[in-house]
Design a protein around this ligand. Structure first.
Ligand code: ZN
Length: 750
């Protein structure tokens, strides 16, 4: 749980652009050069040699010396008119032990002479060796462009035969000259639950590039799209190994067209080959849901969907509680967990997320987690966890999946040897500082490929189970992007990309082990990316689309007012079975957030982390800023002052009881976004859920005025309409401000 870190970074496209720029400025300049030649494209048609043109039902893809062009069959998909910029780049670095100096050498397809072969389904370009203009590199590249059903697929490989050099990245296939109009074909990016790009800065000085770093909360899936209402362009990497990559969308400096690129991070030593994962380019007809289903169909063949225990599918969400803080202050000892159950019950929350439960407190002494004698000892903890279950609640114990505190006995004894090392040979470091009056703590990151780190983390799950918890949260494993690890002795080649497929295996092995012990025990993590859908029963939200939103902001989203906005529909629709909580680092949430969580089918959370949070929950005492004087990352005080505690608690419980009463649709049903119905009405958020032949539509009026509306579902019978505060209502009567309504239909069997 790293709120400061989170809220500053997630949802801030400006930061993301700078971040991307820092990482690859020189490379992107070469791949997307300044575009004096732009005008050329207006005079050049798609002159192609027949052998290089791949045709299928959706368009013609042309590969020639100008790059990759696309003439889609439908005008709903943007055309691509290549202009001669590089289509790919290989990055090379010296193969030496750390510290590795300098920046990578970038070799692109420009000024190379490939052999061209016509294949059964397309064209193959073979580069036996590469030149940088001065010298020859014994690096070979093959790219295969072929038809793949309604898509065009690019595969290939890099062959490194250059002694003393390591391939450290590959960018491509790069698309330039995409003639999209964001006003009608916004870009959808897999940032968190999703992001919609309505326009990109036309500041000539800015780097107009936004990247999604996969797999991490900043890049949760391997696809993006220019998505019009009637059709669009899908660009996805179908990489079954979930390799490290950044999917980038870029606005050309002249502002006329857009670019797309996949920047792969991978190592390939001399004498080895690296396979380029398949990249799919596909014009599609229909809404963006068509593109989402295309990705889903591929993904489901790669990641075995997890059978989430019934209790978790029927859980409303959690009360996150930091029992003992980083400074050693105990806010809830083990005997107070019954009181915590009361607080959860008064709000309808089914789970308790127990953070800071171990001797070190929160964000201290990781990865050692012992029941704390000062908080009542192991026996009291066991009895309290038992009581939680007897009261129909579930408990999740915390463990950080990656942090090792530096300077501790564990660090000296084992930790240092397990830590991820950077290319300069020093450990990757993160700092967490919660109180002004105490010193910050510094942490290294455990290498997930190291067997001893796995053993320690598995032992924590086994301990949590033995203590009587219903699950374990490995904090942060859905958050961070992959890292290069230069440490020897971790069981991986040096260097290696870690927090990639090693993270997938790590979590899957733990999940499988625990499932055998107890099929009802769940594994959770913070953040989200689809590579771990096979092992995580529920995510602890900490990504774009899970943070607090107001009714006003929802209206702005509806009217696409911002340059970009969270678009949680994207992941929810692509993977409707995925469970995640929202992120609410405050001991309450307001009406807007309760409605948002319900309408998007997310699970609830509120948090109690500091003494004034506890007083708020137990004594209805609304805190002031001075109460948190020493606290660096305060809860949302303004929000706490907008709604009286009892009112906020009551509405949260009403919404949850409403979901429970309609759990077949709202918890266990399939989220189908805006499919299946037609809306007549303005300023309303409407989302559908399907269970069998039942269709439910949640309508949310986030505004301040009552709203009139109508919904139609062809060939279906209206069953009922209800609201959290009213059991039976007229389906299309006025919807009060800041209210939600569920309308249910029965559809005739197909
Ligand atoms: Zn390592």
């Amino acid at each position: 749980m790293k709120i400061l870190f989170t809220s500053r970074r997630v949802g801030d496209p400006a930061y993301r652009s700078r971040d991307s720029a820092r990482r690859g400025a020189s490379l992107t300049r070469r791949l997307f050069p300044s575009l004096g030649i732009l005008l050329l494209l207006f005079f050049q048609g798609l002159e192609t040699r027949a052998a290089d043109a791949l045709q299928n039902a959706v368009g013609v893809l042309t590969v020639d010396e100008r790059g990759i062009s696309l003439a889609p069959a439908s005008t709903n998909c943007p055309a691509i008119v290549a202009r001669g910029e590089p289509v790919w780049a290989v990055l090379m670095q010296p193969d030496t032990p750390p510290p590795v100096a300098g920046t990578p050498v970038v070799l692109t397809d420009k000024n190379q002479k490939p052999k061209r072969e016509v294949t059964a389904d397309g064209v193959r370009l073979i580069y036996d060796q590469l030149t940088d203009g001065q010298r020859t590199w014994r690096v070979g590249v093959t790219l295969d462009f072929h038809r793949q059903g309604d898509a065009f697929e690019v595969t290939g490989e890099v062959r490194n035969a250059e002694p003393g050099w390591l391939m450290c990245g590959f960018t491509g296939p790069v698309l330039h000259g995409i003639r999209a109009d964001l006003a009608t074909q916004p870009a959808l990016l897999p940032d968190g639950l999703g992001r919609i790009i309505n326009r990109m800065s036309d500041d000539k000085k800015a780097v107009n590039e936004i990247g999604a770093e996969y797999p991490s909360r900043k890049g949760t899936m391997q696809w993006c799209a220019f998505a019009g209402e009637q059709g669009g362009l899908y660009y996805g990497c179908h990489d079954p190994l979930h390799g490290a990559k950044t999917i980038c969308v870029r606005r050309d400096a002249a502002g006329q067209t857009y670019g797309l690129a996949v920047k792969h991070e991978a190592f390939c030593a001399a004498g080895q080959r690296w396979a380029l994962p398949p990249t799919l380019i596909m014009p599609y007809a229909g809404s963006w849901h068509v593109a989402a289903r295309y990705y889903r169909a591929w993904s489901e063949g790669v990641v075995q969907p997890l059978a989430v225990p019934e209790w978790a599918r029927n859980a409303s969400g959690w009360l996150l509680c930091i029992l003992k803080q980083q400074n050693g202050e105990v806010h809830w000892d083990y005997s107070a967990l019954g009181k915590l159950c009361d607080v959860a019950e008064a709000r309808g929350l089914d789970m308790l997320g127990l953070f800071g439960w171990a001797h070190g407190g929160h964000d201290h002494l990781y990865p050692e987690y012992f029941p704390d004698p000062k908080m009542g000892g192991a026996e009291t903890l066991r009895r309290s966890l038992q009581e939680i279950r007897e009261r129909g609640k579930r408990s999740i114990l915390y463990a950080n999946g990656q942090l090792i505190e530096q300077g501790t006995e564990f660090w000296e004894r084992e930790g240092r040897a397990l830590a991820v090392l950077k290319r300069d040979g020093t450990p990757v470091q993160q700092t967490y500082h919660k109180y002004r009056t105490t010193a910050p703590f510094r942490f290294g990151l455990g290498c997930l490929a190291a067997p001893a780190w796995f053993d320690r983390m598995l032992a924590l799950a086994v301990q949590a189970h033995a203590l009587g918890a219903d699950g374990i949260l490995y904090d942060q494993l859905g958050v961070n992007e992959p890292l290069a690890c230069y440490a020897a002795g971790h069981g991986h080649p040096v260097p290696a990309l870690v927090y990639v497929e090693d993270r997938v295996r790590f979590l899957r092995r733990i999940e499988e082990h625990m499932r055998k012990l107890n099929p009802d025990f769940i594994v959770m993590t913070e953040g989200l990316h689809d590579s771990v859908l096979g092992s995580i029963s529920m995510f602890h939200g900490c990504m774009t689309g899970t943070f607090a939103v107001s009714g006003k902001e929802m209206l702005a989203r509806l009217h696409r007012q911002g340059n970009s906005a969270p678009f949680p529909e994207l992941f929810r629709y692509t993977f409707p079975a995925m469970l995640t909580t929202i992120r609410m680092p405050t001991p309450m949430l307001d009406r807007a957030m309760a409605n948002f969580t319900c309408v998007y089918g997310l699970r609830f959370e509120i948090e109690t982390r500091y003494a004034p949070d506890r007083r708020y929950l137990c004594e209805d005492r609304v805190p002031e800023a001075a109460d948190y004087a020493d606290v660096i990352n305060k809860p949302d005080l303004a929000l706490m002052h907008t709604t009286p505690p009892a009112v906020a608690a009551r509405y949260l419980k009403q919404v949850i009881e409403f979901q429970r009463a309609h759990a077949d649709l709202l918890w266990r049903g399939r989220f189908t976004d805006d499919e299946g119905f037609a809306l007549k009405g303005r300023n309303l958020v409407t989302k559908s859920f399907v269970a069998g032949n039942k269709l439910g539509v949640l309508v949310w009026n986030p505004g301040d005025q009552p709203a009139t509306f109508e919904l139609t579902v062809p060939g279906a019978t209206l069953l009922a309409a209800s609201e959290p505060e009213q059991d039976k209502v007229e389906a299309f009567s006025l919807l009060p401000p800041q209210s939600i309504r569920l309308i249910e239909w029965k559809r005739s069997k197909k």
